[in-house]
Design a protein around this ligand. Structure first.
Ligand SMILES: [Mg+2]
Length: 605
């Protein structure tokens, strides 16, 4: 049995034995979350084996406290606990570089559900942020136009013009409390992540959040409906910005929340919603800064309308079309994917909410003037997600010049452009049903939810944020932070059973250290809201929806270029809380062998 002072080489040498002996339960038990990402497992599996060993050699005993006591022979418990702490920390330091070499390739396709490309005959695509990826200039453009619409059309104060778009202020998937004008991140269990609640551009103190929501849990009836839409914004409440009155207003807000049966929480799932969230925050900030009494429900509605006008009135479309090279990125990669699928005889279709002119200009830039030759069916202004539910809207043919024809549609022909329609008619006319169809989109609700739940198509989510987050997770700084955080959590879990006051004081100090580390694990991704996928210890609400509605997910459609069209995607078998971690992937050796597509080029080389 390895002694407490076992050095790193010894730990690594004994890894195989340790795995067989299942000695890492102490730490593993803490992380067998149903939504735990495979990235996490890959990076920190080694930490389990190394650091876990320090505690695990005595873990067979049911009561580890008794074990430590009996083995301490009068040794001062405080000293004993700190000795284990220091040794664990030292092992963590030693293991970090080893774990860091096992980085994840940001171009990997990740699976929530087993799926083989061998079975896919038909590939469908959304357009915006799926085939067409936009530069950050687009968010600045949307923000500026919507801000100016608020001032000119909705008579908002001229002073708002000083606000510029703040890149990286918000992240996708956040919730906005329409009545309280608060932007926040909520986890998979409907708990608000403290430290991520913003009023305007400033964080709300945790105590105030807890007072407003009588804790951190947001009841289901206050959340958005299944597709993230707000059903009702009734019972408006005024927010007084005078801080002296905050307590009174908190009480008023609580009353409204309790008496309202509407969905007061709106979730922002669209990549286009990043400028919307930022604009909402800026206008809130302006009103509060100038101590202006305003109605947050009206503000939400006006901002939403202004953002919608940017799209619906064609302002954004015209701007992008006028300077397409500035706004569309990585077009050649989307082209390569379409070409590859076409060369393999796959059928392809496009269903987008954008208008034909805009799509035509973008696809001509990405693929070339003959882009329509690649697609068997092209549907524009589809009005997703109602396209997937509403049987009433018939397809309508659109000419190249945008004229609408009135003839009844009996088949969907290659080379033609169709507007609106509905999925039921689409299925009848094409016969493209079930799991031989794979549809890609970036909007988890509008693009993917109905297809998964009602129609049985396979679904692929495009999550551009993955690329940035994986790069951060691959850094040694992040690996070190998370490895130590998990090791420390394991120590706390094990040593909390020592109920004498000296031991409790030590454990309390560890708990404080763990609490102090929390903001770092958030800030490394985004200073305001942290990772798109995780709160401090849980998956986010976004992650839960992603795992529910997407069979596979990836940073961009170009990730398909890394796989042949026979490839089967297997989800990592994440142990449930009550399961033993006997799965082979826990083995470092099998990880190295099986994870080749996940590894970075540098490593492969
Ligand atoms: Mg889209």
């Amino acid at each position: 049995m390895a002694p407490l002072s076992s050095p790193l080489p010894s730990l690594l040498r004994h890894r195989g034995c340790l795995q067989k002996a299942n000695v890492c339960k102490i730490l593993q038990g803490l992380h067998h979350r149903p939504f735990r990402s495979c990235l996490w497992k890959r990076n920190f599996g080694a930490a389990y084996h190394g650091v876990g060993q320090l505690l695990s050699h005595q873990h067979r005993a049911k009561n580890y406290a008794a074990s430590v006591y009996s083995s301490s022979d009068g040794q001062d418990m405080t000293e004993r606990l700190w000795s284990i702490y220091n040794e664990t920390k030292r092992q963590t330091e030693d293991l970090t570089p080893v774990i860091s070499t096992n980085s994840v390739n940001p171009d990997t396709i990740f699976a929530n559900n087993e799926m083989s490309l061998r079975d896919i005959e038909i590939y469908g695509f959304d357009y915006d942020y799926t085939l067409a990826f936009y530069s950050s200039h687009l968010h600045t453009l949307i923000f500026n136009i919507a801000r100016d619409i608020l001032i000119s059309n909705h008579r908002y104060p001229e002073g708002l013009r000083k606000y510029e778009y703040i890149p990286n202020f918000a992240v996708r998937g956040l919730h906005y409390d329409v009545q309280k004008a608060l932007l926040m991140k909520i986890d998979a269990f409907h708990y608000i992540q403290l430290g991520t609640v913003y009023r305007g551009l400033h964080p709300v103190p945790d105590e105030e959040v807890i007072a407003m929501y009588e804790g951190c849990h947001v009841p289901l009836e206050n959340m958005s409906d299944f597709y993230g839409k707000v059903m009702s914004t009734s019972a408006p409440v005024c927010i007084k910005t005078d801080t002296q009155k905050s307590q009174q207003n908190i009480m008023m807000s609580i009353t409204v929340l309790q008496s309202s049966h509407g969905h007061t929480m709106k979730q922002f799932m669209d990549i286009f919603s990043l400028p919307e969230m930022t604009l909402l925050s800026c206008v809130n900030d302006f009103f509060m800064r100038h101590n202006i009494d305003y109605e947050p429900v009206h503000l939400y509605k006006d901002v939403k309308e202004a953002i919608r006008d940017v799209h619906v009135k064609g302002i954004m479309y015209r701007a992008v079309e006028a300077d397409i090279e500035k706004y569309i990125c990585y077009g050649e990669q989307s082209h390569a994917v379409l070409k590859k699928l076409s060369e393999h005889g796959k059928k392809m279709f496009l269903i987008t909410n954008s208008p034909f002119d805009f799509v035509d200009r973008g696809m001509s830039y990405i693929v070339g003037k003959d882009w329509r030759d690649l697609f068997d069916v092209v549907i524009v202004q589809a009005d997703k997600p109602s396209f997937f539910n509403d049987r009433r809207k018939p397809f309508r043919r659109v000419t190249d010049k945008g004229a609408l024809l009135w003839d009844r549609i009996h088949r969907l022909e290659k080379g033609q452009i169709y507007k609106q329609g509905n999925l039921y008619e689409f299925l009848r006319l094409t016969g493209w049903r079930g799991s031989k169809v794979l549809y890609f989109g970036d909007h988890i609700y509008s693009d993917l939810a109905d297809l998964t739940l009602k129609h049985g198509w396979r679904t692929g989510a495009i999550i551009p944020e993955l690329r940035k987050e994986i790069k951060i997770m691959n850094t040694e700084q992040y690996v070190h932070m998370m490895t130590w955080l998990q090791a420390l959590t394991g120590l706390i879990e094990q040593m909390q059973v020592h109920r004498d006051s000296a031991s409790q004081a030590v454990v309390e100090e560890w708990i404080r250290e763990r609490e102090a580390m929390r903001p770092q694990t958030k800030d490394i991704f985004n200073a305001q809201f942290g990772s798109l996928f995780r709160t401090y210890h849980n998956p986010t609400y976004f992650s839960r929806r992603l795992s529910r509605f997407a069979d596979i997910y990836m940073a961009s459609i170009s990730c398909l270029l890394n796989y042949d069209l026979q490839h089967t995607f297997f989800p990592r078998r994440t142990p449930l809380q009550h399961e033993s971690p006997f799965w082979p992937e826990q083995s470092h050796v099998s990880l190295s062998a099986s994870s080749q597509p996940h590894r970075t080029k540098a490593e492969s080389d």
